[in-house]
Design a protein around this ligand. Structure first.
Ligand code: COA
Length: 135
């Protein structure tokens, strides 16, 4: 799923090794044994993680699976005492419904260094930074 969506530039690619090394940070959803969605947290610091690789197979989008996975990711973040979750996304409406609010890319310099600066479409990037902070 990650390969499919990253080929269409909807999410960033992740290698199989990277996924395997951080498998405790992933959730998947299946319908009758068929994998239909996945999503993960990527740790930046003790208090900050990114919502990464959250995708739902096209036939199952709009059926509530994405919000269920996001709620699991939020619960996991809270369990880990993470204070803030952020994401770079074009699905602003979905993230807003999940409680995220728009933020500024400059607030996440490590993300910019790691993923944005090497990106060939940096100048044309149409993704919005969304942030969810816990009390
Ligand atoms: C974004 C995505 C993960 C949402 O998952 P989903 O299962 O389709 O979302 P849900 O069915 O749980 O929808 C939750 C709410 O968000 C809304 N929503 C979901 N995707 C939306 C979109 N692209 N645009 C506008 N609203 C959207 C739904 O209408 C729904 O609203 P409602 O509760 O008022 O009915 C999924 O559509 C997807 O995989 N998109 C392509 C990849 C992507 O952009 N991933 C995010 C990268 S960080």
């Amino acid at each position: 799923m990650v390969d499919d969506f990253s080929r269409r530039a909807e999410i960033l690619p992740r290698s199989q090794e990277e996924i395997a090394e951080n498998i405790c940070d992933w959730f998947v959803a299946d319908v009758d044994g068929e994998l239909v969605a996945c999503g993960s947290l990527l740790r930046y610091s003790e208090s900050l993680s990114e919502v990464r690789s959250l995708v739902v197979a096209p036939d199952y989008q709009g059926t509530g699976i994405g919000s269920k996975l996001m709620r699991e990711l939020i619960d996991l973040a809270r369990e880990r005492r993470i204070r803030s979750l952020f994401a770079l996304t074009r699905s602003v409406e979905f993230f807003t419904k999940m409680g995220f609010r728009p933020s500024r890319r400059e607030s996440f310099p490590e993300k910019v260094m790691r993923d944005c600066l090497p990106c060939p479409i940096l100048e044309q990037c149409d993704e919005q930074v969304m942030l969810l902070s816990f009390d």
